[in-house]
Design a protein around this ligand. Structure first.
Ligand code: E4P
Length: 218
């Protein structure tokens, strides 16, 4: 199970990298906007800055929605840094763009996936990752984890190389559920990753160990 952090915030990316468990980063235009990153030059520089912090894959999303625009933007993004994975929405043009980019050896993350059928098309087009959005399905009273399991089972059954990148992970329990459902990667907020550490018996046990040590060693 790989961990990506789902943010464009450099401090949070550094903190996750320093933990020693980070495998990559996902961004999207909303996350870039949240950090106030605007203008093509600043956006591309921000992607490079992220790549220089982490060792793994960094998803950078195309803004174009037409096929020609998606592939030229995708090629530009991929040329920025070897760690860049081009994030393409799961539309008709997006699937064509994933096919083109994967044929050119450019890695892709097909995003905004909400059904097994969308994941199937993305995998057939050669996507490196598909990103089903767990939290946004939960938001509309549909179990997002069920979709992760269905896609993981389908990829295993047909031996697709495409990885299930569980996205829109909102909290720590989602991460555990993604593990159980067979996701290859979960992209999460830093708080959800750090939340995995919390256990009252760990805190209590450590307190007792230190108290016993201090009794003898003062
Ligand atoms: C990541 O690839 C997605 O863009 C992100 O996880 C969406 O998360 P949200 O539904 O919390 O905005």
């Amino acid at each position: 199970m790989n961990f990506f952090i789902d943010t464009a915030n450099l401090d949070q990316i550094k903190e996750a990298q320093d933990l020693g468990i980070l495998d990559g980063v996902t961004t999207n235009p909303s996350l870039m906007a949240k950090e106030g990153i605007k203008g093509a030059k600043n956006i591309t520089q921000h992607y490079v800055d992220i790549c220089n912090i982490v060792d793994g894959d960094v998803s950078a999303e195309v803004i174009a929605t037409d096929y020609e625009g998606m592939i030229s933007e995708g090629e530009e993004l991929a040329a920025l840094h070897p760690q860049i994975v081009v994030k393409v929405p799961c539309t008709k043009n997006g699937i064509k763009a994933v096919k083109y980019l994967s044929t050119k050896g450019i890695r892709t993350n097909c995003t905004l996936i909400f059904s097994v059928g969308q994941a199937l098309l993305a995998a057939k087009a050669g996507a490196t990752y598909v990103s089903p959005f767990v939290g946004r399905l939960d938001d509309i009273c549909t179990d997002g984890i069920v979709l992760i399991r269905q896609i993981a089972d389908m990829f295993n059954y047909y031996a697709f190389d495409t990885q299930v990148l569980a996205a829109s992970v909102r909290h720590t329990m989602h991460i555990i559920q993604c593990v159980e459902a067979g996701a290859h990667v979960a992209t999460c907020p830093l708080s959800a990753i750090v939340g995995l550490l919390n256990h009252p018996l760990t805190d209590k046990g450590l307190e007792q160990f230190l108290a016993d040590y201090n009794k003898l060693n003062g």
